[in-house]
Design a protein around this ligand. Structure first.
Ligand SMILES: [Cu+2]
Length: 116
Protein backbone atom coordinates (compact mmCIF):
# COMPACT_ATOMS: atom_id res chain seq x y z
CA UNK A 1 0.00 0.00 0.00
CA UNK A 2 2.78 2.36 0.98
CA UNK A 3 4.61 1.57 -2.25
CA UNK A 4 1.58 2.51 -4.37
CA UNK A 5 1.27 5.86 -2.62
CA UNK A 6 4.94 6.65 -3.20
CA UNK A 7 4.63 5.79 -6.86
CA UNK A 8 1.52 7.89 -7.24
CA UNK A 9 3.21 10.81 -5.55
CA UNK A 10 6.26 10.46 -7.80
CA UNK A 11 4.01 10.37 -10.86
CA UNK A 12 2.16 13.48 -9.71
CA UNK A 13 5.41 15.29 -8.96
CA UNK A 14 6.80 14.38 -12.38
CA UNK A 15 3.55 15.49 -13.97
CA UNK A 16 3.78 18.84 -12.22
CA UNK A 17 7.36 19.34 -13.38
CA UNK A 18 6.44 18.47 -16.94
CA UNK A 19 3.44 20.76 -16.84
CA UNK A 20 5.35 23.71 -15.37
CA UNK A 21 8.55 23.33 -17.39
CA UNK A 22 7.32 24.14 -20.90
CA UNK A 23 4.92 26.80 -19.64
CA UNK A 24 7.73 28.67 -17.91
CA UNK A 25 9.97 28.40 -20.98
CA UNK A 26 7.16 29.34 -23.34
CA UNK A 27 7.22 32.86 -22.02
CA UNK A 28 10.45 33.63 -23.88
CA UNK A 29 10.03 35.08 -27.35
CA UNK A 30 12.33 36.98 -29.69
CA UNK A 31 11.72 38.61 -33.02
CA UNK A 32 14.24 38.90 -35.83
CA UNK A 33 13.79 41.24 -38.79
CA UNK A 34 14.42 39.83 -42.25
CA UNK A 35 15.32 42.65 -44.61
CA UNK A 36 17.07 43.14 -47.91
CA UNK A 37 20.22 41.22 -47.28
CA UNK A 38 20.32 41.31 -43.51
CA UNK A 39 18.97 39.67 -40.40
CA UNK A 40 18.56 42.01 -37.47
CA UNK A 41 19.92 41.39 -34.94
CA UNK A 42 22.78 39.61 -36.65
CA UNK A 43 23.89 38.06 -33.37
CA UNK A 44 21.89 37.31 -30.27
CA UNK A 45 21.77 35.13 -27.20
CA UNK A 46 18.53 33.60 -25.98
CA UNK A 47 17.44 31.26 -23.23
CA UNK A 48 16.78 27.60 -24.08
CA UNK A 49 13.14 27.19 -25.03
CA UNK A 50 12.82 30.61 -26.63
CA UNK A 51 10.57 30.85 -29.65
CA UNK A 52 12.23 32.94 -32.34
CA UNK A 53 10.03 34.57 -34.96
CA UNK A 54 11.67 35.85 -38.14
CA UNK A 55 9.58 38.62 -39.65
CA UNK A 56 10.01 39.72 -43.24
CA UNK A 57 9.86 43.48 -43.60
CA UNK A 58 7.01 44.94 -45.62
CA UNK A 59 9.26 47.00 -47.90
CA UNK A 60 11.62 44.28 -49.08
CA UNK A 61 12.35 44.30 -52.80
CA UNK A 62 14.00 40.89 -52.76
CA UNK A 63 13.10 37.39 -51.61
CA UNK A 64 14.71 35.68 -48.64
CA UNK A 65 14.53 32.59 -46.51
CA UNK A 66 16.06 31.46 -43.26
CA UNK A 67 17.84 28.15 -42.99
CA UNK A 68 19.72 26.43 -40.20
CA UNK A 69 23.14 25.81 -41.68
CA UNK A 70 24.73 24.39 -38.55
CA UNK A 71 23.24 23.77 -35.15
CA UNK A 72 24.04 21.88 -31.96
CA UNK A 73 24.46 18.12 -32.32
CA UNK A 74 21.11 16.37 -32.71
CA UNK A 75 19.15 19.42 -33.81
CA UNK A 76 17.37 18.82 -37.11
CA UNK A 77 18.03 21.30 -39.90
CA UNK A 78 15.13 23.59 -40.57
CA UNK A 79 14.31 26.15 -43.22
CA UNK A 80 11.51 28.54 -44.03
CA UNK A 81 9.78 29.11 -47.31
CA UNK A 82 11.20 31.76 -49.62
CA UNK A 83 9.26 35.03 -49.36
CA UNK A 84 9.74 38.73 -49.97
CA UNK A 85 7.34 40.61 -47.74
CA UNK A 86 4.81 40.15 -44.97
CA UNK A 87 5.88 36.67 -44.07
CA UNK A 88 7.02 35.13 -40.84
CA UNK A 89 8.59 31.92 -39.66
CA UNK A 90 8.73 30.59 -36.13
CA UNK A 91 11.02 28.12 -34.45
CA UNK A 92 11.43 27.10 -30.84
CA UNK A 93 15.10 26.70 -29.95
CA UNK A 94 15.25 24.16 -27.14
CA UNK A 95 18.76 22.79 -27.33
CA UNK A 96 21.66 24.81 -25.96
CA UNK A 97 24.46 25.68 -28.32
CA UNK A 98 25.34 27.74 -31.34
CA UNK A 99 23.00 28.12 -34.31
CA UNK A 100 24.37 29.41 -37.62
CA UNK A 101 21.64 30.62 -39.94
CA UNK A 102 21.74 31.80 -43.53
CA UNK A 103 19.54 33.00 -46.33
CA UNK A 104 20.11 30.53 -49.15
CA UNK A 105 19.63 33.30 -51.74
CA UNK A 106 22.20 35.67 -50.24
CA UNK A 107 25.25 34.02 -48.73
CA UNK A 108 26.20 37.25 -46.97
CA UNK A 109 22.96 37.12 -45.00
CA UNK A 110 24.05 35.27 -41.92
CA UNK A 111 22.88 35.15 -38.35
CA UNK A 112 24.25 33.58 -35.21
CA UNK A 113 22.06 32.65 -32.28
CA UNK A 114 23.50 31.33 -29.07
CA UNK A 115 21.11 29.37 -26.90
CA UNK A 116 22.07 29.10 -23.21
CU1 LIG B 1 18.19 36.87 -48.62
Amino acid sequence: MKKVKTTTFAALALGAVLALGPAAEGASKKTVKVGDNFFSPKKMTVKAGTTVTWKWLSDNADSHDVKLKKGPRGVKKFSSDIAATDFSYKKKLSKKGSYSLICTLHQEMTQKITVK
